[in-house]
Design a protein around this ligand. Structure first.
Ligand code: NA7
Length: 527
């Protein structure tokens, strides 16, 4: 069949895009690889999974009735509640009717000003426009460790956790990876398992999530002022309105005052700690003070000084790898059934049928959990065979790293849009609001193309290269490039290293997108 729009992915961004397409009077069809909607929140069902942005902000703003009728139970909702919210939204707006679930897209071909979209089971649908809402963190990274397939026990991936509960009681469990996923999983597993071994390559900064039930009066106040809160969020640096950073650089405060400010943020909890001071992500001296504060907290919490030292991050400024939020992660290492293996000192040699062998010996396990991250930003698009104008493959266009205009459009792939793609703020801000803003921009563009009588739009020559310079320059003004992180693609072997998100803030990003539209799309061609 032929549609106006095909949306690939039914997470936060894809659901909102499909809804918007239908409201615009367009015919729309969606594909989703999972057997339900939810995207990230469908796949990442691991114990302890929780959002690090407050839920009253990490939620749809496009429908006033929805935001008034839904009440979040906690400050930082856990995965089941976010998935329930997305299912509710999908039912409420009739979006299940639009999406084919359990259907993976394998290939996209651009011919005659439209796209043929072919599924893994060989069916093809056609659409004038394609929206890739395939997620920034949707393709799990499974490192090529020798013997990985040999393990005889149970194997789980945090990023593809089974829907049925996993029982750990009486079992010896190992977790490889100490990013957000590993750090959130570990305390939950440790409570139940006979023994937990955490295999840590890089010690990570983590801040208590301090999630608590939301008091009724706070919910009422948020709902009464929602429009203003959302507007402020869209103008903000990171898409969270309520937490202005301290304006004075930490080195200009007395040590006691700096500690008081940091302590306050630590007690409030969450990812906002990364922005305690306005210049924390751009000034090495401020950043060092914030980092040393957290290092001190780790040494204070973890009773065994040797274990504490292994847990203290030493090789990157705080926040340059995405700061983690946890519920009792460092405290977990005070339990008698929990052991830390520092892979820098004691590297993994291979996986064996009975467990993980490191340089010092075999760690016998019944269960192995991979919490080893994602092929971020480009992974999902790169795994589809996408060929645009003149049959040119996306893999060729991106051979030197992702090339986009405004993080939304790829030169040579006309009429195709990425949501939260490389070159947009993506996970550096609130991804829900970023996607909503992008969707508004995209549908204005479709309308503008219609008004010009154009069958297709594409990126003008040189525009994507100029946007890459804007993205690079924004990154250079920060400390982010100082860490080898998934923001740069450093976690995937052979991936070109390039700082992928736009680090200039959501407000600036929204302005740049708006300026392009207001100027009549000088960075695009229409034909
Ligand atoms: P992350 O943050 O990419 O963490 C992955 C972890 O896995 C990290 O500690 C890695 O160590 C570790 N890793 C990766 N490969 C290996 C190998 N080969 N051996 C040992 N350890 C390894 O992914 P998450 O899923 O936790 O979080 C992703 C985002 O989701 C998060 O930032 C939030 O935005 C939500 P490394 O640091 O590379 O040394």
């Amino acid at each position: 069949m032929s549609y106006d729009v095909i949306v690939i992915g039914a997470g936060f961004a894809g659901l909102a895009a499909a809804h918007r397409a239908r409201r615009a009077g367009l015919t729309v069809h969606g594909f989703e690889a999972g057997d339900d909607v939810g995207g990230t929140w469908y796949w990442n069902r691991y114990p302890g999974a929780r959002c690090d942005v407050e839920s009253v902000d990490y939620s749809y703003s496009f429908d006033e009735d929805l935001q008034q009728e839904w009440t979040w139970s906690e400050r930082f909702a856990a995965q089941p509640e976010i998935l329930a919210y997305l299912r509710h939204a999908a039912r409420r707006f009739g979006l299940y009717d639009l999406f084919e679930l359990a259907t993976r897209v394998a290939a996209l071909r651009y011919t005659g000003s439209a796209w043929d979209v072919t599924t893994a089971d060989g069916r093809t649908e056609r659409a004038r426009f394609v929206i890739l809402a395939t997620g920034s963190l949707s393709i799990p990274n499974i490192p090529a460790i020798p013997g990985a397939g040999d393990f005889r026990g149970e194997v789980y991936r945090t990023a593809q956790w089974p829907a049925a509960p996993v029982a750990f009681a009486g079992k010896r469990v190992g977790i490889i990876g100490t990013g957000s996923s590993g750090i959130q999983t570990a305390p939950e597993v440790a409570r139940e398992a006979a023994a937990l071994t955490v295999f840590q390559r890089t010690a990570n900064y983590s801040i208590p999530a301090v999630s608590a039930p939301l008091p009724a009066e706070e919910i009422a106040a948020v709902k009464a002022g929602y429009a203003a809160r959302r507007a402020r969020t869209r103008r903000g640096l990171y898409g969270s309105p309520a937490h202005d950073p301290h304006p004075v650089p930490a080195p200009q405060l007395t040590p006691a005052e700096a500690t008081r400010v940091l302590q306050e943020r630590w007690a409030y909890g969450g990812v906002y700690f990364a922005r305690t001071f306005l210049d924390q992500m751009s000034d090495a001296a401020t950043n060092r003070i914030a980092g040393e504060f957290v290092q001190g907290q780790i040494r204070r919490i973890v009773r065994d000084p040797a274990v504490a030292e292994d847990l203290v991050p030493a090789d990157h400024p705080i926040g340059t790898k995405r700061i983690c939020t946890d519920s009792g992660y460092f405290e977990t290492f005070n339990r008698p059934n929990v052991r830390l293996v520092n892979l820098r000192r004691d590297p993994i040699e291979r996986i064996e049928p009975g467990g993980v062998r490191t340089a010092t010996g075999l760690h016998e396990l019944d269960v192995l959990i991979w919490a080893t991250g994602f092929d971020a930003f480009t992974g999902a698009a790169a795994r589809m065979d996408i060929r645009g104008r003149d049959g040119v493959a996306l893999s060729a266009i991106w051979s030197g790293g992702p090339l986009t205009y405004l993080g939304l459009l790829v030169p040579g792939l006309p009429n195709l849009v990425l949501l939260n793609g490389p070159g947009s703020t993506g996970p550096l801000a609130n991804m829900v609001l970023c996607a909503e803003q992008q969707i508004d921009w995209v549908f204005d563009l479709l309308a503008a193309a219609g008004q010009r009588g154009a069958a297709a739009f594409d990126v003008a020559p040189g525009a994507a290269e100029r946007w890459s310079e804007v993205v690079d320059e924004a990154a250079r003004r920060t400390l982010f490039p100082k860490a080898r992180s998934w923001y740069l693609g450093s976690n995937i072997e052979g991936k070109p290293e390039r700082f992928m998100p736009y680090a200039g803030g959501l407000g600036a990003y929204v302005d740049l997108c708006a300026a392009e539209a207001d100027a009549g799309y000088p960075g695009l061609t229409f034909g």
